[in-house]
Design a protein around this ligand. Structure first.
Ligand code: OGA
Ligand code: MN
Length: 277
């Protein structure tokens, strides 16, 4: 059953659907449509959904890649040291971001299933970058249409107050993307930027920094944000061209948080180029 949107026009909750069961063609079509329309979908009570089952569901949307988990636990299930390599990686997720903008073809979708949760904190927030675009003043839209931005891991790490060992830092080379793209499920314009965005091409550093801050402030306010308060066995699906996201802090050294994770591969984001005049 589809409940009313959690925020106007985006983020929806589905209850009473067991994704571990084979879906009828009608249910499948409906679920795809809901996912495409709402950008963020919460499927409650997916206790029976295995990691393979999650992959089967994700494959309905495209080619999948396993990312196994997002967690503060090590392979033995013990809480990791706050500063070990994987913990530092996960701490980068606390800054508003879109996944893997350092790739020529960033992921199209993300999937998380909650296996262990902290007593407080650790919510995931999503901000709708298609509605953000619609709400921008026309002068600002015209100003940014046609611009391109560079994205690097280094920029994301600096925003999160972290530095990486060279082998991680050098893994991804900086990548350029249009600042305004077309969200492929609805073909609507959407902003494309986040923690990885180092600067806007052809703009001086101060102006570029100011513009990115202005866009972030406009994109992450009020009804544009959905805060997901996790329950065990939630499966959360997001469209990585439609929303930015971040995890809220929790006690990394006392609490346990473990979510299965998977992504669907995407295409190179096209530029949206139409000016209003
Ligand atoms: C991610 C991510 C946030 C979270 O998996 O890409 O940013 O809440 N996760 O763990
Ligand atoms: Mn992420």
């Amino acid at each position: 059953m589809l409940l009313p949107p959690l925020q106007p026009d985006f983020a929806a909750e589905v209850t009473g659907t067991d994704l571990a069961q084979p879906l009828t063609p009608e249910n499948l079509a409906a679920l795809k449509e809901i996912t495409a329309r709402h950008g963020v979908i919460v499927f409650r009570d997916q206790k029976n959904l295995s990691y393979d089952g999650m992959r089967r569901f994700a494959r309905l949307f495209g080619q999948t890649s396993d990312c196994a988990s997002i967690t503060n636990l090590d392979a033995q299930g013990n809480i990791r040291d706050r500063d070990d390599r994987d913990s530092r990686h996960a701490r980068g997720d606390t800054v508003w971001h879109m996944d893997m903008l350092t790739l020529e073809a960033p992921h199209l979708m993300g999937f998380l299933k909650a296996k262990e949760l902290p007593a407080s904190g650790g919510e995931t927030e999503f901000a709708d970058v298609t509605q953000a675009w619609q709400r921008l003043p026309e002068t600002l839209r015209d100003k940014i249409t046609g611009l391109r931005a560079m994205h690097s891991l280094d920029a994301a790490r600096r925003r999160a107050g972290l530095t990486d060992p060279a082998d991680i830092a050098n893994q991804y080379k900086p990548t350029s993307h249009p600042l305004v793209t077309i969200e492929p499920f609805s073909n609507r314009p959407a902003l494309l930027f986040g923690a990885h965005t180092s600067h806007i091409e052809g703009m001086d550093t101060a102006e570029s920094g100011q513009l990115l801050e202005q866009l972030l402030a406009l994109a992450t306010t009020g009804a544009l944000v959905y805060k997901h308060r996790w329950r065990l066995n939630d499966l959360l699906v997001w469209n990585n061209r439609r929303v930015m996201h971040r995890v809220r802090p929790y006690d990394l050294v006392k609490e346990r948080r473990f979510l299965w994770r998977m992504v669907v591969e995407g295409e190179r984001p096209p530029a949206y180029l139409r000016k209003s005049a």
